[in-house]
Design a protein around this ligand. Structure first.
Ligand code: PLP
Length: 244
């Protein structure tokens, strides 16, 4: 996809975000658009950054590693709208295997998909070795599907409590996904559920835990997710077209 098309799509999505925030009485600055670039060629990522994308989301560690390294070498920095210091923030949004924890910590500013103590312990260890405090989100299985990743709704408070004791991880909030393929209005109650879980965690006042971020909403339903409190939306298809 050419840069003009990417820029137009970004503008349209930003416009939607602004519009829905205005209607919902929210400040658009509270909502981060994460451009999801999984499976896309690194040239497309460079164009997205030049077109003003400040936050990119990737699902596979090895693929992301190759692309991020190339972008760092090429020194591509955000154009219009640019990120802090002209840099790009990298988000890991895929399923994370423990044996990839080291690279995930090395590469990503925010890991959205922490859903178990063993994974958290491994990330904490790797972050400590690198002298980094790794920002993470706890992924919650709000769809109640067996296969899906994410901690069960009943398990969230305990998991957050255990992770809060790990000195090199910092919980910033929660991430969740409704069942695949729902229309936006059918997805809405799942977003409401995640917001409710955040409120429950907030009420516990667990030290070292922030609940500022709610990562929810994708191409099909990001406006509804924002109406229900999303602070991060993860959008691929609406910016880059179908991944085929
Ligand atoms: C692929 C993906 C997205 C983006 O999906 P689109 O429907 O293309 O916007 C968002 N979140 C996660 C976790 C993904 O894997």
């Amino acid at each position: 996809m050419e840069i003009d098309e990417i820029r137009n799509n970004l503008k349209r999505v930003w416009g939607d975000i602004e519009g829905v925030c205005k209607q919902a009485g929210r400040d658009p600055a509270e909502v981060t658009l994460i451009s999801v670039t999984k499976t896309l060629n690194v040239e497309v990522l460079k164009r997205a950054i030049l077109a003003g994308a400040t936050d990119l989301g990737e699902n596979y560690v090895q693929e992301a590693k190759e692309k991020i390294e190339e972008i760092l070498i090429a020194g591509v920095t955000a154009g219009e709208g640019g990120g802090v210091g002209g840099g790009v923030r990298w988000h890991f949004i895929g399923r994370l295997q423990r044996n990839k924890a080291k690279y995930a910590v090395k590469l990503f500013d925010l890991i959205h998909t922490v859903d178990s103590v063993p994974l958290a312990v491994e990330l904490d260890k790797r972050a400590k070795n690198m002298g980094k405090v790794q920002d993470i989100l706890v992924q919650v299985n709000i769809s109640f599907e067996e296969q899906k990743s994410g901690i069960s709704v009943e398990g969230v408070i305990d998991l957050v409590g255990e992770i809060s004791t790990l000195e090199n991880l910092k919980i910033q909030g929660l991430m969740g996904m409704p069942p695949f393929g729902l229309d936006p209005e059918t997805a809405r109650p799942f977003f409401v559920t995640l917001r409710g879980i955040r409120e429950k965690v907030q009420a516990k006042n667990i030290p070292n835990v922030l609940m500022n971020e709610l990562s929810m909403g994708m191409s099909a339903d990001y406006t509804v997710a924002i109406e229900e409190g999303a602070t991060m939306v993860r959008v691929g298809t609406a910016i880059f077209g179908s991944r085929g």
